[in-house]
Design a protein around this ligand. Structure first.
Ligand SMILES: NC(=O)c1ccc[n+]([C@@H]2O[C@H](COP(=O)([O-])OP(=O)(O)OC[C@H]3O[C@@H](n4cnc5c(N)ncnc54)[C@H](O)[C@@H]3O)[C@@H](O)[C@H]2O)c1
Ligand SMILES: O=C(O)CC[C@@H](O)C(=O)O
Length: 385
């Protein structure tokens, strides 16, 4: 029996994926795995029994990834599962910054109860004139699952699209329309864009990527959209510039500083909040956890190498270790000494770590696991029956 602890509300269809071998809990327990959305896990104690954390979503900055890696805890996310939902809301943000919809709707609601609404509307609507997107320039920073969809759709609006992503994946590049101009440095994008939209992860390199300095390089009246993470933008710089250099700031990450600021549109983190996206994320995350807990297969991990091998033999061992020379021979020596026959083996690395998955044609392990755990560079050994 495996204990899965849920943080946040997780879509029912995701929970339904877990078979009768799983016990789903919401309170503290001896959990084998955690399924989480946006809850901040940085201060949680990582108990020895915890083997995996799956983020039903894209961003993993709410998870202490480095600490997890050091303890051999696999961290997963659900790449692309909520990209369509975010893309659609970005389009709302784009239209809200081009046409003063928010102000207009607020004003119209003040007319409640009046008999002359039609007349007043026609007389006053000139206050809410906006711009068309067609022909304007948009800069998309981060061309991953969401950025690509946003960039491609912006082309459909007739916009000139600049994209910037120094780490773009080959898959992403294939999916990007060839009509998108690839900015080779971020300044090219900043100085040319009427709209700038952020679709990159928050980390120590990207924190406050939008700040007073980068804003000073932008066009006057630029509209900035942030559906990625609050920390990518220096809020003080926004407050200083919005209504002047910055035409508007649409953010999915409201906070005390930004609440109530004119021309800052605060959306309560709704990017991924659609029935469809919540379900896709939860189902994908549940499947990743089950595959890892039952078979040691790693799919969509953000801290371990992806590794998948069909089951063969009777017992499987998963070893997460440092990526150093000689690990496979150290592991196989321990198994050979006990006459444990290897039926299949894969070894995958990711930076300074590696993962070795071994299938054995044997009924017992005869103390092998204890000895494997004693190898200096070994971080975690897991047995799968
Ligand atoms: N508002 C929401 O509800 C919501 C939902 C999903 C994702 N997000 C956020 O959006 C981000 C992007 O999501 P995604 O699914 O597209 O992720 P993704 O991993 O598919 O794409 C991220 C892209 O950013 C690029 N990147 C990394 N560092 C960069 C840099 N310094 N400059 C430019 N590009 C850089 C990567 O190469 C990658 O292509 C996530 O990290 C998450 O924080 C928010
Ligand atoms: O779970 C959510 O609602 C938000 C998820 C989003 O921020 C993500 O990074 O995928």
């Amino acid at each position: 029996m495996y204990n899965i602890r849920l943080y946040n509300s997780i879509a029912k269809n995701g929970i339904k994926q877990f078979s009768e071998k799983y016990n789903i809990v919401e309170d503290e327990t001896e959990e084998d795995a955690i399924l989480v959305r946006s809850s901040n896990l940085h201060s949680m104690v990582l108990e020895d029994n915890l083997k995996a954390i799956a983020r039903a979503g894209a961003g993993t900055n709410n998870i202490p990834i480095e600490k997890c890696t050091e303890k051999g805890i696999a961290v997963f996310n659900t790449p692309g599962a909520n990209a369509n939902a975010v893309k659609e809301l970005v389009m709302v943000g784009l239209l809200m910054s081009a046409r003063p919809l928010y102000e207009a709707l607020k004003w119209t609601s003040t007319l409640d109860g009046r008999d002359d609404i039609e007349e007043v509307v026609e007389r006053e609507k000139k206050k809410f004139k906006g711009h068309e997107l067609e022909g304007r320039n948009i800069g998309v920073i981060g061309l991953g699952a969401i950025g690509i969809k946003v960039a491609n759709l912006a082309l459909e609006f007739g916009m000139n699209v600049y994209g910037y992503d120094p780490f773009i994946s080959v898959d992403a590049a294939w999916n990007l329309s060839r009509n998108i101009k690839r900015a080779t440095d971020i300044n090219e994008l900043l100085k040319n864009s009427d709209y700038i939209t952020l679709h990159l992860p928050l980390n120590e390199n990207t924190k406050h990527i939008i700040n007073n300095d980068t804003i000073s390089q932008m066009k006057d009246g630029v509209h900035i959209l942030n559906f990625a993470r609050g920390g990518l933008v220096d809020d003080d710089a926004i407050i200083e510039n919005v209504g002047g250099k910055v035409g508007s700031y649409v953010t999915d990450f409201p906070n005390k500083k930004l609440a109530g600021v004119n021309r800052v549109y605060n959306i309560p983190h709704l990017g991924a909040s659609t029935f469809e996206s919540e379900e896709k994320c939860a189902v994908m995350a549940a499947k990743e956890l089950m595959e890892y807990l039952e078979n040691g297969n790693i799919i969509n991990s953000v801290n371990m190498p992806n590794a998948y091998m069909e089951r063969s033999g009777k017992i499987r061992i998963g070893c997460f270790h440092k990526n150093v020379v000689g690990m496979i021979s150290k592991i196989s020596d321990i198994l050979t000494k006990r006459k444990l026959n290897i039926t299949n083996l894969i070894n995958k690395s990711r930076g300074e770590y590696a993962y070795t998955l071994i299938d054995l044609d044997s009924d017992g392990l005869n103390g092998a696991v204890e000895e494997l755990k004693e190898i200096d560079e070994m971080i975690r050994v897991q047995v799968y029956l």
